[in-house]
Design a binder for this molecule. Sequence first.
Ligand SMILES: Nc1ncnc2c1ncn2[C@@H]1O[C@H](COP(=O)(O)OP(=O)(O)OP(=O)(O)O)[C@@H](O)[C@H]1O
Length: 259
Amino acid sequence: MGQATSDTRVPTVVADDVHIVYKVHGAGAGKGSATSALSRIVSRRKSPAIREVHAVRGISFTAYKGEAVGLIGSNGSGKSTMLAAIAGLLPTERGGIYTNGQPSLLGVNAALMNDLTGERNVVLGCLAMGMSPAEVKARYQDIVDFSGINEKGDFISLPMRTYSSGMAARLRFSIAAAKTHDVLLIDEALATGDQRFQRRSEARIRELRKEAGTVFLVSHNNNAIRDTCERTIWIEKGELIMDGHTDEVVRAYEKHNQG
Ligand SMILES: Nc1ncnc2c1ncn2[C@@H]1O[C@H](COP(=O)(O)OP(=O)(O)OP(=O)(O)O)[C@@H](O)[C@H]1O
């Protein structure tokens, strides 16, 4: 008999040689269009009608239940693209992403409705995440309190368009964090909000991890990554540079940025 393996971890996200290509239509093409007039001014070079951006190039990893995984890398390295692909929002050009459980993307662009009040958005957001009306009623006050939206007045009854970007991001996070997620994908949510809110959200992410799922966190804030994730994946130019313990990976990333 061979040696028994004792890996009892449950895989939640498997990325297998993932390639993602954006196809940008109308990049400078089209007779007489504003874009072509503009491109005549800015450049004499003829641009193709469709331009391809190969944003993710052969990334592979497996994430497990109970893990919080940080995604780091410089601007445009492919972190948000990878997150959107895990959420199932972008098709892969090559390779595949397999998820065990429902991924939820909580990002600065999560869909809330600007013309509706914070109150209505909390209810709709919770229903959209699959909560029953009774659950929404039971969780409503906790969500509003967690967001801190009402600390400086009755903002929750005002339309979301009157909120600052930080307030809106806090409300999005609070709605998404009210539910236990199989796979929770967070894009820069911790970078918004004041320090008190950041501490609250970091604590909530730790709870969400204990409650079962896997958390992915994209951030330029290395301290938030250190405090929240014990594993980190570093991406540059769409390629995986390093995948390991957060301390080691962040140290290498910081060293690379200093050099
Ligand atoms: N909708 C899009 N259409 C075309 N190209 C895109 C689109 N979104 C991103 N890209 C390109 O894909 C690459 C990766 O972008 P992505 O937003 O994933 O990077 P990122 O690491 O999240 O960056 P940042 O840290 O600046 O948020 C970049 O070259 C970017 O220009």
